[in-house]
Design a protein around this ligand. Structure first.
Ligand SMILES: [Zn+2]
Length: 515
């Protein structure tokens, strides 16, 4: 059976989602989980855009060995040099070069004639091949390029040494039948077509990213570029979990398979959602909270009698366990360690110790601790940012006939204790004002969300905030059974992150519009 190559670009295209910036440790953590998921290729970044991006690709290349590690570059020598610098230590490096080919891009963006584009594409691929034997080429905006010219460019890129040619629907304009037709057209009109792997990269502006990718697979494409939770520029990319589960569930129709360990889909979806701060809609296919929930009585009845009446996939196959209850107050360190491993986390002894202590503290407050709670603790622990300020204590007074007031004590990096109080139009506002007075940092709160991590009134509360500071957007979260404390933790973490992060949105960053 034909095996489809799954190329994950969560760390590159996904990270280009507005508000989804990931730091080096967060990228490494996602990359490790992608390796456990057994994706074939990880596109780890676009190194020329910033030193931080380059470092993150380097870190992933050095640490994550099983998948191919890929870096994006324009067909420009300095981009390609930097991309190679970033991936050269990978066990399996790949350089991915791209150049726009559609008329509208040629005329307005590049101001170049067809012949020049052909030359640039060839030179870019050749330059990359001098470093690396695995080179991917993408004609940007391929779906709006004249098919004859596209065939010419693809053929030239393969001739120049591209081992994979990716056909991007950069602006999400294609329709499934038409996109499949384009793949068939290339197969019939590119003489050296069989010498390269044909890939697709579909954006979701019309909600067709997955449909277009699958239509292309049916028409002969061998690699699909996608992201966890469908993250990506604008409306995002084809969602990895949907592409993979469609191929698996409808093997009868597509006649192919992937190497993905589907049991890990839900866990990695949670992780990416937590670290990027972009929540998954409840009714999202495969990984949404409602994806396997049967509310209607008639459905429940059917599912209880015979699951297949209403379920086309098994929840276990995507990693939703039927029995979620795991640990309680009396569970020991060993049980905790085993569970952590099963959930796919790799922790040092020291980290286990810290996480175990947090688990015990939580188990004291809550009777039962679910997988979701443990994941939340671990993700929180991993996502730790350098603590310039730490909360020592917090006192709130609020009610129906009082002015909400917060007294906050913080400890700074030098160990000095700071205390101040503030009022606000509610307890969260009061706490945030007090924190701002203590740290002297003022941020714009763009979004504030609160949710229960698991079920029950005693559940852990998770507060996610998105803030803007000096033109940068940052997302963080705080976790506690006390929601005011969780709110304070999330906000203070954002301040710590803002103060320790190096500025990254430079001029080149603004230009970084890849594929
Ligand atoms: Zn893209």
């Amino acid at each position: 059976m034909r095996r489809i190559i799954i190329f994950d670009t969560t760390l590159r295209d996904g990270e280009q989602s507005p508000g989804a910036t990931l730091d080096l440790n967060e990228k490494r953590q996602i990359a490790r989980q992608l390796a456990l998921l057994k994706v074939d290729v990880i596109e780890a970044g676009f190194p020329i855009t910033s030193p931080g991006d380059c470092e993150a690709v380097q870190a992933v290349a050095e640490e994550v060995k099983a998948p191919i590690i890929c870096a994006l570059a324009r067909t420009v020598a300095k981009d390609i040099d930097r991309a190679w610098e970033a991936v050269r230590k990978a066990a399996k490096p790949r350089i991915h070069v791209f150049c726009a080919t559609s008329e509208i891009h040629r005329r307005y963006k590049l101001r170049k004639a067809k012949s020049e584009i052909l030359r640039i594409a060839e030179e870019g691929v050749k330059h990359a091949r001098r470093y690396c034997k695995d080179v991917e080429f993408s004609p940007e905006d391929a779906s709006r390029t004249e098919p004859e010219f596209l065939a010419e460019v693809v053929s030239a890129a393969i001739e120049a040494g591209a081992t994979t040619v990716n056909i991007p629907d950069t602006v999400g304009y294609a329709a499934p039948e038409q996109f499949a037709e384009l793949i068939r057209y290339l197969r019939d009109h590119v003489p050296n077509f069989k010498k390269a792997v044909i890939s697709v990269h579909c954006h979701n502006d019309l909600g067709l990213g997955v449909a277009n990718s699958l239509a292309a697979v049916k028409a002969g494409a061998d690699q699909v570029e996608c992201t966890i939770n469908g993250l990506g520029e604008r409306a995002g990319n084809a969602a990895l979990e949907e592409v993979v589960m469609a191929i698996k569930t409808r093997r009868d129709f597509y006649g192919c398979r992937t190497g993905i360990v589907t049991r890990r889909l839900v866990a990695i979806s949670h992780l990416v959602s937590t670290l990027t701060g972009i929540q998954v809609q409840r009714n999202k296919a495969i990984v949404g909270q409602n994806a396997f929930a049967h509310e209607a009585g008639i459905h429940q009845d059917g599912v209880l009698k015979e699951r297949r009446t209403y379920e086309i996939m098994k929840p276990e196959d995507v990693g939703l366990s039927r029995s979620e209850l795991v640990l309680g107050k009396h569970s020991g360190r060993h049980a905790f360690r085993v569970r952590v491993k099963e959930l796919g986390f790799k922790l040092t002894e020291e980290q286990i110790q810290v996480a175990f202590e947090r688990f015990k503290a939580l188990a004291d407050k809550k009777k039962v601790v679910y997988d979701g709670d443990i994941e939340a603790i671990l993700e929180d622990e991993f996502a730790q940012v350098k603590e310039l300020y730490r909360i020592e204590s917090l006192h709130i007074s609020s009610g129906t006939h009082t002015v909400p007031t917060a007294t906050v004590r913080l400890r700074d990096a030098k160990g000095k204790l700071l205390e101040d109080a503030a009022t606000g139009d509610g307890p969260v506002d009061a706490v945030y004002r007090a924190i701002e007075r203590l740290t002297g940092v003022r941020m714009r709160l763009k979004d504030y969300r609160i949710r229960a991590v698991t079920m029950g009134k005693d559940a852990l509360g998770e507060v996610s905030v998105e803030v803007e500071y000096k033109g940068q957007r940052l997302s963080t979260r705080g976790l506690s059974t006390d929601i005011i404390q969780a709110s304070a933790l999330a906000y203070l973490k954002a301040i710590n992150k803002a103060l320790t992060r190096r500025p990254r949105k430079t001029k080149t960053a603004r230009r970084r519009k890849g594929l």
